[in-house]
Design a protein. Structure first.
Length: 501
């Protein structure tokens, strides 16, 4: 259905793709696999008309094509669902589906009734029982994902590209998505599926293509592949993760969280967090697991002072009580938060790496007390680029041009610059490849070895079990378990995540 022949693409002299050859099979799920920075998203953006300048040839339905933009690609039948969903939050579901393709009557007035009618049919096909008038901001991420698919179906796309479609949705929503993908396959749709989750790749994909450093390094039928084979092709080596054996018994108490409660910002009678208490010791990594809506992110934000009017409870750092009513006060207390959404909350994407890393300590980088020292900023940034292995040709490069794994390292560097005692990590490896994950795990363990206390929220149980010394489990805003790592297993953790005890 869709083929790349010798596709090459450069950004500011840096090669992103080098003579890529790749085939997407009709009526099949084609897994596009590779580390962050391997070229997956770049190639998909060429297929979908986002990037129009490149070398090589695209063959679509047996004919050479060169799309002048995204609309040309959509008109030809190619739709892309980005990891960061491209929906307008304050427009309705129907308005988003018909954006740029509005239906009007003979007087040029929007025919909302007809648009709602068609949107309702599309949503019904996707098992989404929500009225088309509902605002995007009022529905969950998993439901927004289905709205993006509805947009693709409305455009009658023959090729649907899905970039990390399950990165922020629950297991139940994943099952529904997979059921819809099977329907699309049966209709002859071609699916290009980008994911770092091997479990779902083996569950849904028919074919695979592996990219490494902008080059195609392997392709074949998924049924003949193994996880070990794919990892080796992705990285050029084997990657092993070893379970933590760190013993923090007797270590100094670093953080004490007592009876943290958080009221709903709009419905004051509802609590999002209920009397949560736990401790963190120096050199300890505590993993927090819970299903969607368990309150994990809200807990991290409450500790960091993001909800001063609605949060209550006691926080002690090194035995001293801290009244944390703002992120500024949290930073002074030695607490740093790497947020869940690095692009929205962690980075200024169009600014340089240097400027992003220096944001948290601008006062320390002043000269004469009145202006920022570019020299100090450059030295600081170069140090963290080197220490964290951020892959870039220059600290002056914009953060938006780096891969997801390298962007995450910039966010971590920005907070490490504050010399925190306590590092809060909310989904630190979401949407990044296995090698970048391995590097972040090593960094976490090195920081813990230096005495830093780390709290990590993750939706991936293998990650929790690999990195943590202890596991806290949450369910519906309540702490349901506090398990030492030797007593933690996927089954045990899920038991407490699903049912309150």
């Amino acid at each position: 259905m869709l083929e790349a022949r010798n596709i090459s693409k450069k950004f500011s002299g840096v090669t992103a793709l080098s003579n890529i050859n790749l085939t997407l099979h009709a009526g099949k799920v084609n897994a596009i696999i590779g580390e962050n920075g391997a070229g997956k998203s770049t190639l998909m953006k060429i297929f979908s008309g986002v990037y129009t300048h490149y070398e090589g040839e695209i063959i679509y339905n047996g004919k050479p094509v060169h799309f002048s933009g995204t609309k040309a690609a959509e008109d030809a039948g190619i739709a892309i669902i980005h990891q960061e969903l491209n929906l307008v939050p304050h427009l309705s579901i129907a308005e988003n589906i018909f954006l740029g393709k509005e239906i009007t009557n003979a007087f040029g007035i929007l025919d909302k009734r007809k648009m709602n009618e068609i949107a309702k049919q599309l949503l019904s096909r996707l098992n989404l029982a929500i009225h088309p008038d509902t605002k995007i901001a009022e529905i969950k991420v998993g439901q927004q994902q289905l709205v993006e698919i509805a947009k693709a179906l409305h455009s009658n796309a023959a090729v649907i590209i899905m970039d990390e479609p399950t990165s922020a949705i629950s297991d139940k929503e994943v099952e529904n998505l997979f059921s819809i993908i099977e329907q699309l396959k049966n209709e002859g749709k071609t699916i290009a599926y980008i994911s770092h989750k091997f479990k779902e790749l083996f569950a849904i994909a028919d074919y695979y293509v592996v990219l490494r450093d902008g080059v195609t390094v392997g392709a074949g039928e998924m049924q003949h592949a193994t996880q070990e084979l794919l990892i080796q092709k992705m990285t050029g080596r084997d990657i092993f993760q070893q379970k933590r054996t760190n013993n923090v018994d007797g270590a100094e108490l670093l953080l004490a969280v007592n009876n943290i409660c958080l009221r709903h910002p709009e419905i004051k009678t509802i609590n999002l967090l209920h009397n949560i208490s736990f401790n963190l010791h120096k050199g300890e990594i505590v993993g927090i697991y819970g299903l969607m809506g368990a309150g994990r992110t809200e807990l991290m934000e409450a500790i960091f002072g993001l909800h001063p009017k609605n949060a209550s409870g006691e926080i002690k750092v090194e035995q001293a009580e801290k009244k944390i009513k703002s992120p500024g006060e949290a930073i002074k207390a030695g607490i740093a938060l790497v947020p869940e959404d690095r692009k929205l909350q962690g980075l200024i994407l169009n600014q340089s790496i240097n400027k992003n890393i220096s944001l948290t300590i601008l006062q320390q980088l002043q000269q004469w007390g009145i202006m920022l020292s570019n020299v100090k900023e450059k030295i600081l940034s170069a140090d963290y680029i080197n220490r964290l292995g951020i892959k870039t040709s220059s600290g002056n490069n914009a953060a938006q041009n780096l891969s997801g794994g390298n962007q995450q390292k910039i966010v971590i560097a920005k907070w490490l610059a504050t010399n925190p005692k306590i590092l809060l990590l909310d989904e630190p490896t979401r949407g990044i490849d296995i090698n970048a994950k391995s590097e972040i795990y090593k960094l976490m363990k090195a920081l813990a070895a230096e005495g830093m206390g780390i709290i990590m929220v993750s939706s991936e149980l293998p990650e929790i079990l690999t990195v943590s010394d202890r596991v806290l489990v949450m369910c519906e805003g309540t702490l349901t378990a506090n398990l030492p790592i030797e007593k933690a297993s996927e089954q045990e953790i899920l038991k407490f995540a699903i049912h309150k005890n």
